[in-house]
Design a protein around this ligand. Structure first.
Ligand code: FAD
Length: 278
């Protein structure tokens, strides 16, 4: 379908983007366009103004930030996947970026767009949650920092409001005693995850002294599998048995809610084994 008519403005800076967004009732930011353009074409989204952030080159970077790695919101999935700093210090992020969509999607889609879109089927939100990452948001009142746990609010709903721009994402540097895994089940290669499971574990004596486990597509937002995390750290025989506790997965053409709960248990079991062995 052809999108409904809209005006188009190019933002020169983040502040310019915030000002343009504030000028019109129904304005939308455009980054890589790989989630927004399909919604426009289906007329699910009908903004009156598109504010193109794509030329703000200062938002595209991967930098060392002490005990964290800082990633500019406009960094494309391909550049996240191939960034040496991430490959060395937080390979869970670079590895996962390489699993998003196909090469065309990875060369256009951005990490900021992926997070701000708030799709519970997207990969990177669950990764940020497992890493306890944080997000900088610039709005009319200045900059604020939001933790991953507070960022995702509902389906297509995040802490970034209609006049806000996500500018930077920070993830911790993992140390040699951290193991990690991300496993994604999909019916066809290059599809979104029917279910995904991420594990970050601080290894100790064959088990885990600390663990974070997050799930993709098991509720309205990415979720932490807290019962499984507790069971893993307590050294229980099969922490994955409780991986679906507290989840509310959707039923759709990719699978029923029960099938997704089954997948979550299988993926967490395999991801825990991979994280502890890595
Ligand atoms: P856009 O489409 O430009 O914007 C998406 C939304 O976020 C809009 O509402 C926009 O206003 C808002 N936004 C964008 N940037 C910002 C910002 N900096 N601050 C505030 N708001 C912002 N994703 C996956 O995770 N896994 C997949 O397997 C996957 N497969 C895909 C396959 C296909 C065929 C396609 C088309 C997409 C796929 N995607 C997948 C989605 C892809 O990763 C998108 O690029 C991403 O979700 C959105 O990023 P974008 O830069 O394209 O954002």
């Amino acid at each position: 379908m052809i999108p409904a008519p809209f005006d188009y403005e190019v933002a020169d800076t983040v502040e310019h983007a915030v000002a343009l967004l504030g000028e019109r009732e129904d304005a939308k930011l455009l980054a890589g366009g790989h989630s927004l353009i399909p919604l426009l074409r289906l007329r699910v989204a009908r903004p009156m103004l598109l504010v193109d952030l794509g030329r703000v080159e200062s938002l595209s970077y991967v930098r060392d930030a002490g005990d964290k790695i800082a990633i500019g919101a406009l960094t494309r999935h391909h550049d996240v996947h191939t960034a040496p700093l991430l490959q060395e210090h937080c390979p869970l992020v670079s590895y996962t970026a390489g699993l998003i969509g196909d090469p065309q999607v990875r060369h256009r889609g951005t990490i900021g767009g992926s997070l701000a879109h708030g799709d519970p089927a997207s990969d990177m939100p669950a990764i940020l949650l497992a890493l306890d990452g944080e997000v900088d948001i610039v709005g009319p009142d200045g900059v604020r920092t939001v933790t991953a746990a507070d960022f995702f609010r509902g389906v297509f709903e995040t802490a970034a409001g209609p006049h806000d721009v996500v500018t930077e994402i920070r993830v911790p540097k993992l140390t040699a005693d951290h193991g990690w895994s991300y496993l994604k089940f999909r019916h066809r290669s290059q599809d979104w995850a029917t279910v995904g499971a991420a594990v970050v574990a601080k290894r100790s004596n064959g088990g885990a002294a600390e663990a974070a486990i997050s799930l993709v597509n098991m509720g309205a937002t990415p979720l932490r599998a807290t019962a499984a995390e507790t069971a893993l750290v307590a050294g229980e025989a099969d922490p994955a048995a409780v991986a679906a506790e507290g989840t509310e997965p959707p039923s759709d053409t990719s699978g029923t809610a029960d099938y997704r709960r089954h997948l979550a248990r299988i993926l967490v079991r395999r991801a825990v084994a991979e994280a502890l062995a890595s």
